[in-house]
Design a protein around this ligand. Structure first.
Ligand code: CMC
Length: 427
């Protein structure tokens, strides 16, 4: 018999099996707890709860480690491509040359949107946030592609996964084009996944668009850094939505809605807005004091993480990428100096040291995206584009699990106990 954890409750002892993963903390299997003791566990925010079993992504927050199917994020960001990482996440192994070519070809054949979907865009106000458009249009995909929504059919799941990964750049680029009042561009399948996205976003029909290789590489790397991140809030949302049997397009739309929040995907937009508000390095101490003040809701955006308590390995790659993009575009942004100085001051401040608060992936990404030409409102949409592969891979993993159950947390009820209805004239 493996390790057990003993629980004493109401004068009786109960044993619960300890389950071991391939790496990382063991988990106590408490599935029989309620049936045996009549008690629930209480863990708002899931700080100590493993919500599922997964073989996709591993994070060691204390050591600053992030692995996709075992491969360190730094190695993938340096040597791989977003398409290759997507294949890896979906299939479990790095592709051979042939497998990668076939995968890229398949994805490129799904990049177009149903022509009628284009008219959806005109229903939005021109100043609509791109994330509101993404939520709406991705949710609407299920109305157009019902030939791939039988979730019990692995073939349907594969097709809908490919469709989602392939169409997200088109949907995001169209959200951008709609806001700036330029015509939508159809995908160009001769370009790479990322090159095609850059062209659909920044190209215009009147001119040939030239993809700058360094920018394409940086953008692709940003997509890799955002591809998956274990059981974060939006991924858990996708899994919970999917656990009811909802179709994949609806599930990913739910993930996009969750990602939008400033504590999650919206942090890159919030981080750049914060840097703009701070402006020059001399103002930094004032904002650091505000972040430390419990009576002030201000937080250093792009700082801190639920899991990383050492450093976020994605932030390291991101900081390096800022310089590469600046060199390629021959630009400089004084906000980068402000960001570097803010990082330095915060990392030497006892408050941030004690609470183990470090820059996260979002701290530098806004500076890069801004240099490439994206308005801040597009930042979270880009995150959603890249995270789609993680969401569909996690969704597929869950649906393929024969032991999968509908997600249904319990609660600690603190409301009124039963009481009798009082007629209106007696209240
Ligand atoms: N600035 C100032 N204080 C902070 C910050 C911050 N950015 N983050 C956490 N703290 C403090 C917090 O006040 C708390 O203090 P105390 O123990 O005295 O109450 C302590 O650190 C722990 O914070 P928490 O909010 O309980 O931690 P959490 O794990 O629930 O939250 C977080 C993690 C990422 C939501 C939070 O650090 C935060 O709001 N950061 C800013 C937003 C941000 O950058 N989000 C992007 C996360 S990375 C991208 C992604 O995965 O989506």
């Amino acid at each position: 018999m493996g390790d057990q954890v003993k629980l004493s409750a109401g004068g009786a002892d109960y044993d619960y099996a300890v389950l071991k993963g391939s790496v990382g903390p063991d988990v106590v299997d408490i599935r029989k707890l309620y049936a045996q003791t009549g008690m629930f566990t209480f863990d708002p925010g899931f700080t100590s709860t493993a919500s599922c079993e997964s073989a996709l992504t591993y994070i060691d927050g204390d050591e600053g480690v992030l692995l996709h199917r075992g491969y360190p994020i730094g190695q993938l960001a340096e040597n791989s491509s977003f398409m290759e990482v997507s294949y890896l996440l979906l299939n479990g192994e790095l592709p051979s040359k042939d497998e990668l070519e076939k995968f890229e070809f398949t994805i490129s054949r799904h990049t177009m949107l149903h022509e009628q979907l284009r008219t959806f865009y005109t229903g939005f106000r021109r100043d609509a946030h791109p994330m509101s458009i993404m939520c709406g249009v991705v949710g609407a995909l299920s109305a157009f592609y019902h030939d791939s929504t039988d979730i019990s059919d692995p073939e349907h799941r594969t097709i809908s996964s490919h469709r989602l990964i392939a169409k997200m750049p088109t949907i995001a680029a169209m959200a951008f084009k709609y806001a700036v009042g330029q015509p939508f561009l159809y995908p160009d399948n001769d370009l790479s996944y990322t090159g095609n996205f850059l062209r659909m976003t920044f190209g215009v029909p009147a001119e040939e668009y030239e993809v700058i290789p360094e920018v394409e590489k940086a953008m692709d790397r940003i997509f890799i850094l955002h591809a998956d991140h274990e059981q974060n809030a939006s991924t858990s949302t996708v899994r919970l939505a999917g656990s009811s049997g909802a179709n994949p397009f609806a599930c990913i739309a739910a993930g996009i809605a969750c990602l939008w929040g400033p504590a999650h995907g919206g942090a890159n937009e919030a981080a750049l807005n914060m840097l703009k508000e701070i402006g020059t390095p001399d103002k930094i101490p004032h904002y650091i004091e505000r972040a430390k003040d419990k009576n002030d809701p201000f937080r250093l955006m792009g700082f801190g993480h639920r899991v990383y308590k050492n450093y976020d390995p994605r932030a390291t790659v991101m900081q390096k990428t800022v310089r590469e993009v600046f060199d390629a575009l021959k630009v400089n942004d004084p906000l980068f100096e402000t960001a570097l100085r803010l990082e330095e001051l915060a990392l030497n401040d006892p408050y941030f040291i004690e609470k183990k608060l470090f820059p996260n992936v979002d701290f530098y990404s806004g500076i890069i995206l801004s240099a490439i030409g994206f308005p801040t409102s597009m930042f979270t949409a880009l995150f959603a584009l890249a995270r789609t592969v993680g969401w569909v891979a996690q969704w597929n993993e869950m649906i393929s699990d024969p032991g999968q159950k509908i997600g249904r947390p319990r609660q600690l009820y603190t409301g009124p106990t039963q009481r009798d209805y009082v007629p209106l004239d007696k209240r």
